[in-house]
Design a protein. Structure first.
Length: 213
């Protein structure tokens, strides 16, 4: 294994180093952006309130893409919503554009961007890709989302209502999403590191020359 290959910090960066293509990074950001959009529109029945999968997508994408591409994914998502595209949960019924961003849930959306940077930076170093390191990074990312979201809610409605409606009902669902994101991130990294995996095989011919350093 070459030193160049060993120095790559994330599966996406490693794939891009193999392929040598800007299109690989662009495709990853576009896919993550579409998943984030879709995750806002799908509600999963859960107790005590239904949940969307946005947190899961944000945390997983940031862990796998790195902080730059993770932040770019979320920033593009926020920009799409700011110009009036119905990408956020509850849109267009609950408003569109900057008015929605300034509304009660705007803090959570900003929290996605902060979490993307935080998680990506923590996991930038390969030695932190362990179960403990990944768990710590994603829990901190989740804390950033809930913290900023709760503070923004408190600015609108006061702390009593923010704690009652912005934290409590979502703790169980968000905890489950963090666990899923941890599992997905670790599995994806191990899959990439497995020599028998098609995406890491030096003999694979599905993309000629793309997988070799």
């Amino acid at each position: 294994m070459s030193s160049t290959f060993a120095q790559v910090k994330s599966p996406l960066h490693r794939l891009a180093a193999n392929a040598g293509l800007f299109q690989v990074k662009l495709a990853a950001v576009v896919l993550a952006n579409l998943l984030l959009w879709a995750s806002a529109k799908v509600q999963v029945p859960f107790w005590p309130v239904p949940m969307t999968m946005q947190t899961y997508v944000v945390l997983t994408a940031s862990a796998l893409l790195g902080w730059r591409l993770g932040a770019l994914t979320v920033a593009a998502y926020l920009a799409e919503g700011a110009v009036g595209l119905p990408v956020f949960a509850g849109t267009p019924a609950n408003g569109l554009g900057l008015a929605y961003l300034a509304g009660p849930t705007g803090g959570y959306l900003v929290g996605y961007l902060v979490a993307a940077v935080l998680v990506g930076l923590i996991l930038e170093k390969p030695r932190r890709h362990s179960l403990l390191g990944t768990t710590a990074a994603l829990v901190l990312g989740e804390a950033a989302i809930l913290g900023l979201g709760g503070c923004w809610l408190a600015a609108h409605f006061g702390w009593a209502k923010a704690l009652a409606f912005g934290f409590g009902p979502f703790l169980a669902g968000d905890g489950l999403k963090v666990v899923l994101a941890i599992g997905t991130s670790i599995y994806a990294r191990r899959l990439w590191d497995d020599p028998a995996s098609p995406v890491n095989s030096r003999s694979s011919s599905c993309m000629p020359g793309s997988w070799n350093i």
